[in-house]
Every structure is written in C-alpha cells, then in structure tokens.
Write a protein that binds this ligand. Structure first.
Ligand code: ADP
Ligand code: MG
Length: 457
C-alpha cells in the first residue's frame, strides 16, 4: 500500500467511526480492506452482504477522504471473497483462474451468454440522415467502428420519436456484426432500475454486477428515467457500473430527452461523467428529411404513393418521425380495407384524420413568443404585427405569425384573432391558408418558416 493509500484508508476508518455506532462500525467496517486506489477508483474488499450498507452510508466518507488525500472524486469498486481468491491464487478452480488474464476468447467462454436485447430492425442503413441528425449519426458510426476509444460515453439527446432508440440499436447491431462475440447490452434506464430492484429483493446483486460490469458495450436508453427515481442505490449502482466499464475502456452510449445538465434529479457526479465524452443532439427533421424518410419507408408498403401525397404527409407531421411512420400505418390499414392501390392526398388525409387530432400540438408556446420571433426575423415589431398597417413586410410577418399560431398551438381561430389586435377568425383562417399555399410553392419561404419555428421551440 502506498503512503497515500494508507492515509486515505485511515481517514475513511476515522470518519466512519465518527459517524457510526461502535457496534455498527465493528460489524460493517472493521474487516473491510483497501486493496488499492488506481485511476481514481478505490478497490475495497468487503463481505458481500455489506456492500449495500457501504454504498448507502459510507459514500460521503469515501468522497471526503478522497478529496482530502487525492484531491479527486474517488469512486469505489467493491470486491468480494470470490474476486480475491481469483486475484490471489492460481490453485482455485479453472474458471476463476481464467478471469485473471481474460483474453477476449476466454472471456466469451467463461462469462454467461448475454441477451443483447437489440432490435435487429434498426441499422445505420435504414436511418435517413439530415442536417438535424448528422452529428449524431457520425458520432454513432465512429463509436460503432472503434468502441471504447473515440467518444466515451456518447450521449445522444433529443425529443421523442427522433431516432435515438434507432441509433442506439444501430450501434449495437453494427458492433455485433463486426464481432459476434462482443458482449453487448441494450437496456432502458427504466428496466435497469427494475432489474436492480429485483436483484435487491432476491439478494442477488452480484449477478447483476457480473452482468453489467463485464460488458464491452452498454447501451442505455432514456437515461432521464434514472433521474426521476429516487430509489436509493440505483444511481449508485449505475454509477459503479459506469465506472467499471469506463475504466476498462468499454463503450457506453446513453440517450436522453434532455441534455446532461438538464437531468435535474441526477447526482452531479453522474452528470459530470455523462459529459466526459461527446454530447450530440438530434432535432426534428426538416421538410427534406421528412420527404426522404417517407420515400424510404413507403418501400415497405405495397401501395403507390403519389409525390403529392408524400409532400402532403411531410407537411402534416413535422416534429416526430414516429408520427410519420404511424401515418403510413394508418394509410395502409385504410387502403387495405378499401382495397385501394394508389394513395392520393384525399385517401391519406382521410386515413390520418384521427391521428392528426390526437397528435399533440404544443400548447405551451404563447402566441406572444411566436409574434416576437416572427417579428425579429422580418424586422417588424410585435406592435406592428398587431396593428393594422399594411406594408408588404408587415403583412407577411403578420400572416406568418398567424399561420404559426395555428400550426404550433391549440388556440382557436377567434382566440388567435384576438391576440392579433382583435381580428376576425376568418382573417386568421385566410392568413393560414394563404401561407400554407405559399409554402407549397415557395421553397425559400418554407425554409424561412422552418427557421423561425426552430427559434420558437
Ligand atoms: P426516439 O427513441 O428518439 O423516441 P425512435 O428511435 O424510437 O425515437 O424512432 C421512432 C421511429 O422513427 C422508429 O421506428 C425509427 O426507426 C424511426 N426513425 C426516426 N428517425 C429516423 C430516421 N432519420 N430515418 C429513418 N427512420 C427514423
Ligand atoms: Mg426511444
């Protein structure tokens, strides 16, 4: 043991003694040993059953001592009797011997077979790239090509239905294709928590540890659910898993509906780690990408889609790829029932009517915000938008703002009219239809409006 390690350990004992009753201290702490501190990870030997207690009650003590002695955030890797025997002796059974210097081949023989839970239908090939996801795709491909070395962890965030789960699985499938022996696990944070609970209940935490800490690639979906759970120990367990993998240069990819910094209820040290690698964002697909996604998707269906229909659909669902796919399913259902081969705009409109009504419009956007952004874009004040002056610039800004108010909020036409200086609902409808028609013919206007939309959201 180095001098620092000795000071560190003594400090832990001292602090623990100050915090615990004598009996608790003797039972839980006295026979623990510090094996080493390396790469800011303290390896501590414990009785199996005592780990939870340590995790729960002595984390702060270890952190404190770590900062005092090493001036760093020290994490912990607990090891147990069986780990020790495999570390120390060559005469125990063969299996544990082999774990001493695991080569990839040996590893795959010894460790239990893992169920990847990957969805084989998601690949890079069937993921359409656009400006809004190109960095996420590039990073995902880089990670899949050289897992554990490029960006670790890779943190992909974005709104629902934008392809996070797809990319996560594509990474896993691609790695698996290269290396069928790779130990890969896809899991939602929600299920990670469930597994944790089950293992706690059955008192089989070691199994869980074995399962997750021996992976080559861990793909965790929707990490934000970990933040919501206050269940004691889950974040800790995840933290330890993360460290164990990261320290061994094993790749971790996480997805989330928000940035690491916005994961409010997550422990700061986890957030810090999430930012160690690369954070990439996916935003809603623009019109071109939506057309491309649809054009690609309709190949799965036995119908003819007119170009009009594709463009119409791309105009209907603009914030979520899942909705686009859902629309195609609706259409296929209707077309099957009615035995229609060619999908016209009318057929499509009819089929998706219910979905359009369901699809949540974003009510939280105040009309005022829309007016402000549109005004800024066209160099017009909100006051002018609301007033009656009819110069060309102001009229366009006014009509675009009305169009977006209808498009992006749930407000009724009369309500929107009222917000625009008390105009009649028919004026709003007229503006809406006018802009809608213009967009269909005028690419630059469409792009302008997309740009404004992105500012508003
Ligand atoms: P998220 O996990 O971000 O909520 P998903 O990955 O589940 O979104 O994507 C929803 C659906 O949309 C999936 O079926 C996925 O295949 C599809 N999808 C999303 N983005 C794309 C894209 N760029 N190209 C092709 N399909 C996509
Ligand atoms: Mg998802």
């Amino acid at each position: 043991m180095t001098e620092n390690e000795r000071i560190f350990w003594n400090r832990i004992l001292e602090l623990a003694q100050g915090q615990l009753t004598q009996a608790t201290y003797e039972f839980f702490v006295l026979d623990a040993r510090l094996i080493k501190v390396e790469n800011q990870v303290a390896t501590i030997y414990l009785d199996n059953m005592k780990e939870l207690f340590w995790e729960k009650n002595l984390r702060t003590v270890i952190l404190t001592a770590g900062f005092e002695v090493f001036n760093a955030e020290i994490s912990v890797d607990y090891v147990f009797e069986e780990d020790l025997s495999s570390l120390n002796s060559n005469t125990s059974n063969n299996d544990s011997n082999a774990t001493l210097q695991p080569t990839t081949q040996q590893q795959t023989q010894i460790l239990p077979v893992i169920q990847t839970d990957l969805n084989p239908k998601y690949s890079f090939d069937n993921f359409i790239q656009g400006d809004e996801n190109k960095w996420a795709v590039a990073a995902s491909i880089a990670v899949a090509n050289t897992p554990g070395t490029t960006y670790n962890p890779l943190f992909i965030w974005g709104g629902p239905g934008l392809g996070k789960t797809h990319l996560l699985n594509a990474i896993g499938n691609s790695v698996l294709l290269e290396n069928p022996h790779a130990r890969i696990k896809y899991i939602t944070a929600e299920n990670f928590i469930n597994e944790f609970v089950i293992h706690i209940r059955l008192d089989t935490m070691d199994e869980l540890k074995d399962k997750f800490r021996n992976l080559d690639l861990l793909l965790i979906d929707d990490i934000q659910s970990l933040a919501k759970k206050t269940l004691s120990g889950t974040q800790e367990e995840f933290f330890n898993t993360f460290n164990a993998l990261h320290n061994n240069n094993k790749q971790i990819v996480l997805t989330s509906d928000r940035t690491p910094d916005q994961l409010n209820d997550l422990e700061a040290r986890l957030v810090t780690r999430f930012k160690w690698g690369l954070t990439v964002n996916i935003t809603p697909p623009d019109y071109e990408t939506r057309i491309a996604i649809l054009t690609n998707k309709i190949q799965e269906y036995n119908f003819d889609f007119s170009q009009d229909t594709i463009e119409y659909l791309a105009g209907q669902f603009d914030s979520n790829v899942r909705d686009l796919e859902g629309a195609l399913k609706d259409i296929s259902l209707v077309a099957n029932i009615k035995q229609i081969d060619t999908i016209t705009v009318d057929v499509a409109a009819e089929a998706i009517r219910a979905r359009k009504q369901d699809s949540p419009k974003i009510t939280v956007i105040p009309i005022e915000d829309i007016q402000t952004q549109v005004g800024k874009f066209y160099g017009v004040t909100v006051k002018e938008i609301k007033a009656t002056k009819r110069t060309q610039d102001i009229v366009l800004a006014r009509q675009v703002a009305m169009y977006l108010s209808r498009e992006l909020t749930d407000n009724s036409l009369p309500k929107i009219g009222k917000e625009f200086g008390g105009r009649d609902h028919s004026t709003v409808l007229h503006a809406y239809n006018k802009i809608k028609n213009m967009i269909a013919q005028d690419d630059s206007l469409r792009i302008e409006i997309e740009t404004i939309k992105n500012k508003i959201r």
